[in-house]
Design a protein around this ligand. Structure first.
Ligand SMILES: Cc1cc2nc3c(=O)[nH]c(=O)nc-3n(C[C@H](O)[C@H](O)[C@H](O)COP(=O)(O)O)c2cc1C
Length: 191
């Protein structure tokens, strides 16, 4: 596929078939992440590939959090912590259970490089999503894991790491519509 065609074809996908993903395909995804640009060439990233019950552990941790949040949001008690968007979380849990592969995208904690490392992680994650499209696979970039990032990091003994996002990978069982994008006129002008 031509590069621009790949970008045009990529869609956030939320319905996955049960089809398994080959190990070589996963390796290609992470290889593309490895090639992404990173601030000061720090490459301060780490990717944990989860399948089956290990992947479901993430979904279960999120489900527990969702149940707790719902109780708080339905009660008279004013939440003390940051608000969690429960409908988005519910959808993400379903996707994580359904997709055959979940990639956790982590960075080693370093508060001095917080912004630069986060930008670099974005580049790597986008490489993964685009490479997935080029291989005929579907992806969903999931930020929703961050509401339980500490619990996930503990579950997989990833202490000293910060969970930035997750990416669900699989074969699509839907034809996601093209999401409305702002026009060029709205987002650029010649200075
Ligand atoms: C940083 C980032 C975080 C995202 N987190 C989630 C998420 O937690 N759950 C979800 O369903 N989609 C998530 N998405 C997907 C967006 O909703 C999606 O990219 C957007 O609606 C545009 O659709 P498109 O990717 O098909 O162009 C995320 C996307 C990005 C870039």
């Amino acid at each position: 596929m031509e590069f621009l065609d790949v970008m045009n074809a990529r869609r956030s996908t939320r319905e996955f078939s049960k089809e398994e993903i080959k190990t070589e395909e996963i390796v290609k995804l992470i290889e593309s992440a490895r090639l992404a640009p990173t601030a000061a060439n720090r490459q301060n990233w780490f990717f944990l590939i989860l399948k089956e019950d290990k992947k479901d552990k993430v979904a279960n941790i999120m489900q527990k959090h969702l149940d707790k949040e719902r109780k708080i949001q339905n009660s008279e008690v004013q939440p003390t912590k940051k608000y969690t968007p429960t409908s988005s979380l519910m959808g993400s849990i379903r996707v994580i259970k359904e997709a055959p592969i979940l990639i956790l995208a982590l960075r080693r904690n370093d508060k001095n490089w917080f912004e630069a490392d986060y930008l670099s992680m974005g580049a790597a994650i986008e490489n993964i999503c685009l490479t997935a499209t080029s291989l005929g696979l579907a992806s969903l970039w999931l930020r929703d894991v961050i509401y339980v990032r500490n619990k996930i990091v503990k579950e997989f003994s990833l202490e000293k790491m910060d969970l930035v996002s997750a990416i669900a990978i699989g074969v699509s069982s839907e034809f996601p519509y093209e999401r409305k994008k702002k026009s060029l006129e709205e987002i650029m002008k010649w200075g």
